[in-house]
Design a protein. Structure first.
Length: 300
């Protein structure tokens, strides 16, 4: 499924390697992000993408002066600056002239995802998004969330499913609110997890620490929606689910490092890291030293 998104947008934008990440945190719809980069483009038009009821949210990562863009056959020319966001409607056959280097994160947001987000927020469903075709806007939220995903796109095998779900869902909610005008009918603040929900969430996450789990799996175990669970978990435990899981992996890795017979590769596998280098990066960031140095200090 992930490769399909990368291939789909890569072919349209004339690049061979287009890493992508996809989440089904909403169960009824995919939200995806694809990284598109071309440093030496040929002078040609982008390919057509099959029309569907979905939107594309593009985060520009390099300057693109005098970008020529068409939507429903109408031409627009504007300067796109690094860090700016532009929106497209896939029902309106968006195309662009590929005549200058480009580096973009393309978020795929189908109508079904926006409907699910509105339903979860107890808000009316969104009819359309408000934007100027081809124009870039300064959107610090999209820029910040996109920067969080770049390392995950570079090391997709190390990407924490809970983290991917959390960030891509945040993109969907932000777009629904900022460009779709979504406002909840009820503004009553949601509370945290009940004691049994907190206990079940902890148990389920720890039981699956080696394979990792999707956000919707944990939410289902607690009997609540993904959006409610993510908010309630943070309210109860003080951190997002993916950060809590990373903390637990570091705690578990310390326990495993006390076992001399286990190699660092064995410790990585037992604690849910993709490999030894992944363990080292996360452990060093959390503890301040590498797992090997921590083990040697313990032995001394």
């Amino acid at each position: 499924m992930t490769e399909a998104y990368g291939q789909r947008f890569g072919e349209a934008l004339r690049v061979e390697n287009a890493p992508a990440i996809v989440t089904r945190a909403l169960r009824t719809a995919d939200i995806a992000v694809t990284e598109i980069r071309c440093d030496s483009p040929l002078l040609e038009m982008s390919g057509s993408i099959q029309q569907e009821d979905a939107f594309l949210v593009g985060l520009t990562l390099c300057d693109r002066p005098n970008r020529e863009y068409w939507e429903d056959g109408r031409r627009a020319v504007c300067d796109l600056r690094a860090g700016e966001t532009c929106l497209s409607d896939m029902k309106r056959n968006p195309t662009a002239l590929l005549d200058k280097p480009y580096h973009t994160l393309v978020f795929y947001l189908p109508r079904a995802a926006l409907d699910a987000i509105a339903d979860d927020a107890n808000a009316p469903r969104i009819h359309d998004l408000s934007y100027e075709p081809g124009a870039g806007v300064n959107d610090d939220t999209i820029s910040g969330l996109g920067s969080l995903l770049l390392p995950a796109l570079s090391h997709s095998d190390e990407a924490n499913p809970l983290f991917v779900d959390h960030v891509l869902l945040a993109v969907g909610v932000h777009v629904a609110q900022t460009y779709g005008g979504m406002r909840p009918i009820s503004r009553l603040a949601r509370g945290g997890l009940t004691p049994w929900q907190e206990r079940r969430a902890r148990e389920f996450l720890l039981a699956n620490i080696k394979r990792g789990v999707a956000l919707r799996e944990v939410a289902r175990e607690c009997g609540i929606s993904v959006g409610h669970f993510s908010h309630a978990f943070r309210r109860t435990l003080g951190v997002a689910p993916h950060k809590w899981l990373i903390e637990q992996r570091v705690v578990l890795s310390k326990e495993k490092l006390r076992v001399d017979e286990l190699s660092l590769s064995d410790v990585a596998a037992e604690c849910g890291f993709s490999d030894q280098s992944h363990l080292t990066r996360v452990f060093r960031q959390a503890v301040g030293v590498s797992p090997g140095a921590w083990r040697r200090a313990l032995q001394r």
